[in-house]
Design a binder for this molecule. Structure first.
Ligand code: FAD
Length: 388
């Protein structure tokens, strides 16, 4: 067993770290203005393309960076250091778009990969959150296409994207199906753009769809495939959340450690106080253990004979433990900074607000626990084993 990163993995890690370091210059402006101006978006787009980190989850033959899941996790860990969710400016098209037909690929996916278009993914509804099967958005068959009616909430990047991947119950069978909906289509409207706890470089608007016509050739992945495709996406996305949250936690610990060594009270650095030392040590433990686990699962997913069902539960473990650990880490780091940790111009304050959502989106911590316990009950303790 060799735990060292290969030269290629190290090169990707360096490229991602350099890109993250470059993007930090936009953090304060993003916080102060709740977003960035178009010039900044254009500069970041160029920087992403120059770094070769566009669409890291898409094959090179379509223009993506074509990274394995393990390589993607290595990159995402570095990008997770950023506040303002600037990591999301390093676009990774929804994996569901892999199911595009050749025609759809040309119109939708390839322009996203090039950074010319942007997708967003609309599953959640006012009454369908953890339970997406409760969806009420419908697609009614009409001549040459479908007519979509319904409401979608929390659509991340919905302000910036120009098309939406919409999950709807299609036809009389209510077959859960994904549709590619151009945002400019008549009947698509933004009802509300809530302000959330975090500052995020994009918004998460609420959309309504009223008699929105979508031609037949904009069904994504086939009728009735909507849940399966979405579920497959969850496994990888949850792992990337684990990677990003640990990257964020490490940045916070670096800052808190530096602060503890420099800041003096009672005539000496606060790092001399054992109560501070205990917090630093607990942060290091949370980070080290969680990094080892998400890298293990990322490596397992990258193996050709990976067992998808067990990996779904392992990704749930990775997301649950890393998101909860990073929330503990950032809480301690804010404490170590004292009053300054409560000031928005400090990265630890911003990370404190930003890491909270990682226990909610892409399946709450409770839902991850249900997935893990479901796997244990159905298939035993395989989920704990390393692959043989
Ligand atoms: C900032 C942000 C961005 C988002 N981006 C997107 C996006 O781009 N696209 C998208 O489709 N969605 C998005 N979401 C939605 C997100 O995935 C949901 O918020 C999440 O799945 C939880 O659903 P809910 O908010 O309806 O909570 P609910 O499902 O109503 O849950 C409320 C509480 O009940 C608990 N609970 C629910 N069921 C059970 C159960 N069976 N057992 C035990 N506890 C349970 C939950 O864990 C939670 O604590 C986003 C959310 C946020 C906050």
């Amino acid at each position: 067993m060799d735990f060292r990163l290969t030269q290629r993995q190290l090169d990707l890690q360096t490229a991602a770290r350099d890109l993250a370091d470059f993007l930090t210059k936009y953090e304060l402006a993003c916080e102060e203005d709740n977003g960035l101006p178009p010039e900044a978006h254009a500069e970041v787009r160029d920087a992403v393309l120059n770094a070769g980190l566009q669409a890291i989850n898409m094959p090179a033959e379509w223009g993506g960076a074509g990274l394995t899941i393990f390589e993607q996790a290595v990159v995402q860990e570095q990008l997770g250091r950023l506040t303002g969710a600037l990591w999301d400016m390093v676009w990774r098209p929804a994996n569901a778009l892999r199911f595009c037909t050749p025609g759809q690929r040309e119109r939708f996916l390839e322009p996203v990969i090039r950074g010319e278009r942007r997708d967003c993914y609309a599953v959640t509804e006012p009454n369908a959150g953890s339970d997406p099967q409760n969806l009420t958005t419908t697609a009614r068959k009409v001549d040459d296409g479908w007519s979509i009616d319904g409401e979608k909430w929390f659509v991340t990047v919905g302000d910036h994207a120009d098309f939406i991947i919409v999950l709807a119950a299609a036809g009389e069978d209510r077959a859960p199906t994904l549709f590619l909906v151009d945002k400019a289509t008549q009947g698509v409207a933004v009802q509300r753009t809530p302000r959330f706890m975090h500052t995020f470089v994009y918004e998460h608007p609420e959309f309504t769809f009223t008699d929105v016509f979508v031609p037949d050739d904009q069904v994504l992945g086939g009728l009735g495939e909507g849940y399966d495709i979405t579920r497959a996406w969850f496994t990888e996305e949850r792992l990337m959340i684990a990677a990003r949250t640990i990257g964020a936690a490490e940045r916070a610990l670096e800052l808190a450690r530096e602060w503890a060594v420099r800041r003096e009270q009672f005539g000496q650095p606060i790092a001399n106080f054992q109560l501070i030392q205990g917090m630093l040590a607990d942060c290091a433990v949370d980070i080290a253990v969680n990094r080892a686990y998400f890298l293990q699962v990322a490596w397992e997913i990258s193996q050709p004979d990976a067992d998808r069902k067990t990996l779904h539960a392992k990704a749930a473990i990775a997301k649950l433990t890393a998101s909860e650990a990073s929330n503990r880490v950032i809480d301690r780091c804010v404490q170590i900074f004292g009053g300054r940790g409560y000031d928005r111009s400090y990265a630890v304050e911003r990370l404190y607000r930003e890491l909270r959502v990682d226990r909610i989106w892409e399946g709450t911590s409770e839902i991850q626990r249900l997935i893990i316990s479901g796997e244990l009950i159905k298939r035993g303790t395989n989920v704990l084993r390393l692959p043989s």
